[in-house]
Design a protein around this ligand. Structure first.
Ligand code: C2E
Ligand code: MG
Ligand code: MG
Length: 689
């Protein structure tokens, strides 16, 4: 079972804490100190005072005894044994904090019954003790009658008390009446009350301090401290990890947008920066072809190769970041124009080597935009906008692979922004209109279909065709409104002209943008418009360009299938420009191929490759039962060639140009088929403009 390391650490800690507590309870942490023997004992001596003769014996190093003869009892008499615990005089005693009880085995004989013995721990404290006056060491004492207790006697240290005579003699006050075992220099065993002459014999058979390395409270405190330390450690680690995650891209282990933003902002305070905005061309295709894991692997290898092989990275003056999907930023500090050019060259030559994706050798192309910080462009966002626009500029262009931001880019952005504003105005002021371009049956020359083409009557946009403003509308997210407007307008038109169209079965071909391939509500909207205007779905065909098709995933295919299940047909527009492998066609839910004008342009140009391509396309389309339309027929030769090779439908200036509805309507009513046939059979090679 998988457990998070933090959970594991906590389980381990709980176990260790329980083990420590159990060990403590079971006495594994107990300790003892023999007072007579052992390293701390340096002196055992007798003490006597008064009319006494004595004999002192230390028989083994574990016991000692003293025999005292009191000859007459006048004055103050005492006799006993002293053990010095301090190795270097009274000042250096032992700290007995670890011990909580004294275990003693005493033998005592006295001429008086029930005579008591006094046991004193003598503590040196600089507040009240003087080294030259040993009596000034605090007397922490118990007094007891050894004949009453079975040895060994165990006395808790808290039963000791400070002797009153001592307090009085040293005038230390009651604040010192607490026992003190912090610096014990001596332990003494003494007789008390020697008032009767005779023999007093005191034998210390053993004296032992017992205690624990740690008290339970101390142990709990330590456990608590360890817990606290571990919790702080885990929380800090977690926080660091979160901080790291907030600035890192997990796939490539490079900075994400936020991380590189911070890096650049810091760098800008001291240096200039140069920003490379990289877009990997066709990354989606690689993802689709080899799977997402390989896609991730490619991103990893890509960023590793740059980190490893681009010299600026070795000088620690550069950083790489993955902004999103297949977009990367390289940022360099203090680059001059020459170095920038060298780095651009190096970057492209790095990418000439293929990447190994589980045995598949993949070469990638990139689009690169470069921008430098300047006095006015001095924030991360501003530089990224410039580098991004430069990259976009390079990506649009067929001839350049990279672009360093300059005036031409800024004009381009300006132009696009202007157009976008005008599109917005055209939408809100209802300035769009539709033109219609007939599509002819190549055999009967009947108008079988019509392509609906968008026009704008706004003065400012009128010179700009849909081939320019549609991509800008897509870029500025205005296209969905336009697509729906075109569809609804077309449906309205069909509805208005029902009586005419009923007899003629003309299919309306409406262009939709690639944005609809990600619009999950598109088929619903389409369905409700069909209902609203009572449109038969077989009258409608939607055209999607091949290039937008290539960038689709499974979810887009689902949307396309939904559209088809409404009964609407789908055509692959501009076919031949997107490099769809023929065998991929079978996986696309489409009914029709519109062969791109660029192929038709080459018909008759003695370009055998084009012609054999066209023939192959038509053959394959037939075998997949796909309808074919030739786009951009501009002369009779092209028409005849396409018709002879089995192309089903024809569209082009040679046959008819896009026109307004009125013109189209009259063409439908008066098709002039014979005149057209004569034109096809008569003219040769003359191109219509
Ligand atoms: P498309 O869908 O491939 O449309 C065909 C374009 O080729 C039209 O240009 C048409 O006028 C032009 N064309 C057709 N035959 C000939 C010919 O023989 N010679 C020449 N020189 N041109 C010919 P248009 O109307 O400028 O449209 C350009 C593109 O704009 C369209 O390409 C389509 O992708 C897009 N578009 C047009 N209308 C719409 C629309 O309503 N919605 C969307 N999303 N895109 C549209
Ligand atoms: Mg089209
Ligand atoms: Mg086309």
């Amino acid at each position: 079972m998988f457990l998070d390391t933090n959970v594991k650490a906590i389980i381990l800690l709980v176990l260790l804490s329980l083990i420590a507590l159990a060990a403590h309870r079971l006495g594994f942490l107990d300790t003892h100190l023999p007072l007579i023997s052992g390293t701390h004992v340096n002196l055992i001596s007798e003490i006597k005072e008064g009319n006494i003769t004595s004999e002192f014996k230390q028989e083994t190093d574990l016991s000692a005894s003293v025999q005292c003869h009191l000859t007459h009892s006048a004055g103050f008499n005492l006799c006993g044994i002293s053990i010095a615990l301090g190795a270097e005089g009274p000042k250096s005693g032992l700290n007995l904090a670890k011990y909580d009880r004294l275990e003693i085995d005493l033998g005592f004989r006295s001429p008086m019954p029930h005579q008591k013995v006094k046991v004193s721990f003598r503590n040196f404290h600089k507040a009240y003790s003087r080294p030259e006056d040993l009596v000034s060491l605090k007397f922490n004492t118990i007094t007891y009658d050894p004949s009453v207790y079975e040895p060994p006697l165990i006395v808790p240290l808290h039963s000791f008390y400070v002797e009153n005579w001592w307090l009085a003699q040293y005038n230390v006050g009651f604040n010192h009446s607490q026992t003190d075992f912090s610096n014990v220099s001596f332990i003494e065993f003494l007789t008390t009350d020697m008032s009767v002459p005779g023999v007093y014999e005191l034998e210390v058979r053993s004296a032992l301090l017992r205690g624990q390395w740690l008290t339970e409270t101390e142990l709990l405190r330590y456990i608590f401290l360890v817990w606290l330390a571990i919790v702080i450690l885990v929380v800090t680690r977690q926080r660091n990890q979160l901080k790291r995650l907030a600035v890192m891209d997990l796939v490539t282990e490079s900075y994400n947008r936020r991380g590189v933003n911070q890096w650049v902002t810091r760098a800008l305070s001291k240096s200039t920066v140069c920003l490379f905005y990289i877009d990997i061309a066709g990354f989606k295709k690689i993802n689709d072809a080899y799977g997402h894991l390989s896609g991730d692997e490619l991103l990893r290898q890509f960023s590793n190769r740059i980190r490893k092989d681009l010299y600026a990275f070795h000088e620690r003056s550069a950083v790489i970041s993955r902004l999103s999907g297949d977009e990367f930023l390289l940022v360099f500090k203090d680059l001059d124009p020459d170095q920038t050019q060298t780095l651009i060259k190096d970057l492209f030559s790095l990418l000439q080597e293929p990447f190994d994706l589980s045995g598949n050798q993949v070469i990638i192309n990139i689009h690169l935009g470069v921008a430098h910080s300047s006095e006015t462009v001095n924030t991360f966002n501003d530089i990224v906008v410039q580098a991004d626009s430069a990259m976009y500029f390079a990506r649009k262009s067929d001839s350049i692979r990279y672009k360093v931001f300059d005036e031409s880019v800024s004009h381009d952005i300006y132009f696009r922004k202007q157009i976008a504003e005008q599109i917005k105005d055209a939408i809100s002021e209802d300035l769009f209109l539709l033109h219609f371009m007939p599509i002819y049956n190549s055999q009967t020359l009947k108008i079988d279909a019509v392509e609906v083409l968008l026009r704008c009557q706004s003065g400012r946009l009128s010179g700009v065709g849909p081939d320019i403003f549609i991509p800008i509308a897509e870029e500025y997210n205005l296209i969905k409104a336009i697509d729906l407007w075109v569809i609804e307008e077309t449906f309205k038109k069909i509805h208005q002209e029902r009586s005419l169209l009923m007899d003629l079965t003309v299919v309306f071909c409406i262009n939709i943008s690639s944005a609809e391939l990600h619009n999950t509500s598109f088929s619903l909207q389409l369905g409700s418009l069909l209902d609203k205007y009572h449109i038969k779905p077989q009258w409608i065909k939607l055209e999607i360009t091949e290039t937008s098709f290539i960038e689709t995933g499974a979810s887009s295919i689902k949307i396309l299938n939904e559209i088809r299940s409404l009964g609407i047909q789908l055509a692959l527009d501009d076919f031949g420009t997107g490099y769809t492998a023929f065998n991929q066609l079978i996986h696309y839910p489409i009914d029709c191929l519109k062969i791109d004008k660029s192929f038709i342009d080459n018909v008759g140009s003695k370009n055998e490759t084009t012609e054999s391509m066209i023939e192959a396309i038509l053959l394959i389309a037939k075998s997949y039962k796909l309808e074919t339309i030739a786009e951009g027929i501009e002369n009779a030769d092209q028409y005849r060639y396409m018709a002879a090779n089995g192309c089903d439908l024809m569209q082009g200036y040679f046959l008819a140009k896009p026109m307004d509805w009125q013109s189209f309507k009259s063409l439908l009513s008066y098709p002039r088929t014979e005149a057209l046939r004569a034109k096809i059979e008569g003219s040769s090679g003359q191109t219509e403009n």
